[in-house]
Design a protein around this ligand. Sequence first.
Ligand SMILES: [Zn+2]
Ligand SMILES: [Zn+2]
Length: 143
Amino acid sequence: MSDSMMLNGSCHCGAIVFEAQANPNRVVICHCTDCQKMSGGPYRSIVQVKEAQFTLLKGEPKPYFKVGDSGNRRELSFCADCGSHIYATSVVDDVAKGERMLGIRTGLLAEIAQLPPKSEVWAQSKVAWAENISGLPSVDKQS
Ligand SMILES: [Zn+2]
Ligand SMILES: [Zn+2]
């Protein structure tokens, strides 16, 4: 697999549009309780992108600041109109702007199908049933 690909992302309402150059091997699933709470789901899938390789094409994400379970301060950016989560990154006082790593939420990306996760973090708070949903009855759309 190539170690670089172009990603095209947008929030649900389209107010925020971006592109980024990323290494598709840098995809992780995060099971931390903050990801569960903020995404509203059992875990979150994230691709790590260098801030210098992230280009905002439209809109301005709104930041929300938290102190993570690890003790690190984090900036979480979301669309102020539709609430879609865009990325999480370091706070500018801790790491210079442009040198930060952005953890982009893969659900925003047109290329999500090409971004399978390579590892998991915060497995201690993993929801057990999220491990295997492949055996569930399924329909192509919501019945
Ligand atoms: Zn939006
Ligand atoms: Zn997390």
